[in-house]
Design a protein. Structure first.
Ligand code: HEM
Length: 252
């Protein structure tokens, strides 16, 4: 690998800062002072989504190769990223309803529900519920990025494949007294599920705080009512169920 730095490269050229910093273009006229924050929280979330999809690709390769420790390492990073994205929503807690109402009309029909990357993350992680597929189809043909994620096995299926290869069962992993890499990986997958649910919860709370619980979204849904329904969605139903199977009433 050539590790030699090009002398012409500097901080602004490497990061393409002039292009990057020209991408925040408020739509309101006169420009509303809070629109910049609104744009930046969304744009930065999309950048983190890009990294998350990239890391999910690596996670999938490690799982296909049945490399628990490499998968664990990647998953830890993914969980760190998920937590940053969730935390970044709190910047918008400082946007009161009357101020958002002053520029909301300029957003037209644009809505986070049109985020292909968010949908691809959900699909790659393992959402296959009917409600989710129905929401995907409501926006016209499924985008290629999302379709590619849907065509892959879910993370739960990949994890189960790893166990099968190793000749162990999920119940066995949770019944064992010793801490195994398979157990740590399962718990880290649950951490991911929880991190995602935290984002959903913080987002729906933000929505209720800014536009109220009964206002419809710019994307045409029932707003918070629709979003609240998504909080219960699960990527890893088997990992939640195994607790009761092994340690439920009358088991342990
Ligand atoms: C003022 C702040 C925000 C409000 C009022 C808001 C409102 C909404 C509403 C009402 C929906 C439901 C779909 C619709 O009908 O539009 C939605 C969906 C969504 N929003 Fe936001 N949002 C805000 C901030 C954000 C931020 C910062 C992100 C970061 C990317 C984001 C990402 C999403 C995503 C990914 C969905 C789809 C969720 C799903 O279908 O499960 N939103 N938003």
């Amino acid at each position: 690998m050539d590790t030699h730095a090009d002398d012409a490269i500097s901080y602004p050229t490497y990061l393409k800062l002039s292009e990057l910093l020209a991408l925040q273009v408020p739509q309101s006229t006169p420009v509303h002072p809070d629109e910049l924050l609104f744009i930046v929280v969304h744009q930065s979330s999309e950048l983190w989504f890009k990294v998350m999809l990239h890391e999910i690709d690596h996670l999938v390769s490690h799982m296909v190769a049945a490399d628990s420790l490499a998968a664990l390492n990647t998953l830890k990073r993914l969980n760190g990223l998920m937590s940053i994205v969730a935390q970044s929503l709190t910047a918008l807690d400082t946007l009161p309803p009357q101020r958002f109402a002053e520029f909301r009309g300029y957003l037209g029909k644009s809505s986070g529900s049109q985020s292909d990357q968010f949908r691809a993350i959900e699909a790659a992680s393992g959402l296959r519920e009917e409600h989710f597929i129905q929401v995907l189809k409501e926006h016209g043909p499924i985008p290629p990025l999302v379709q590619a994620a849907l065509d892959r096995p879910t993370l739960q299926a990949l994890y189960e494949g790893m166990l099968e290869k190793a000749g162990v069962t999920l119940e066995g992993v949770y019944a064992a007294k010793e801490t195994t890499p398979h157990f740590l990986l399962a718990e880290e997958l649950l951490e991911y599920e929880q991190g995602f649910a935290k984002w959903r919860f913080l987002h729906v709370q933000l929505v209720e705080r800014i536009i109220g619980p009964l206002t419809g979204g710019t994307g045409g849904t029932l707003g918070a009512k629709y979003l609240n329904r998504t909080v219960a969605q699960r990527f890893f139903p088997a990992l939640w169920a195994v607790r009761a199977k092994v340690y439920g009433p009358g088991k342990a």
